[in-house]
Ligand binder design. Sequence first.
Ligand code: GAR
Length: 223
Amino acid sequence: MRQLLARQRGKKHNIPIAVLISGTGSNLQALIDAEAVNRLSATIRVVVSSKDTALGVKRAQNAKIKTEIVRPSDYSTREEHDETLAKLLLRSSVEFVCLAGYTCIVGPRVLEAFPNRVLNIHPSLLPAFPGLNAPQQAMQFGVKITGCTVHIVTDVVDGGPIVAQGAVPVLDGDTTEALAARILAEEHRIYPQVVRWFCERRVHVNGRMVTIDRHPLDDEGDG
Ligand code: GAR
């Protein structure tokens, strides 16, 4: 049985995806690293950045991934920006769009073009602490456990169906920086795993309920 599962999982899935970034791109790097060792079941076909100075652009270039810069300030309306992005993503023939520290709101054109196929990672256990500076919000509120969430993007910011969450304890004497770094490490663990689940067609979305076909080998650190 275990051999059969291992064989099934060894099956090649090379689903083309896009990653959208605005900054450091450490989650992008986690996805690049997972792809390099065949643990993503995806090929990152294009990285789109809202800023040409983003460190993530360098990471993509180092990995020889095509990059595109789409700056919101270059468009006179949100709709134009949304339309351009949707066209670019459709032209790239990607199946999934993964937001990884992308700071722009994804508009209806992109969401209509990729229904239930735009993912985001957020540094809190949603629905707690949506929006900006989530680790700081968690510290200020005094929660004992926070973490990160991968969710499907809808028109409600940070409000879409939840696919996976990782818990991170807040420690006595923690600083926002230390907490944010531990959350980020957990993000790097769960985001590639979730992308893999999607690319292996193991995710089922029913309204807000998301279920995953789990494999017994999932717990062996091989996603
Ligand atoms: C990550 O912590 C991600 O969860 C967060 O931005 C950071 C990007 O880091 N995203 C949000 O807050 C979205 N609401 P990275 O550029 O190193 O991946």
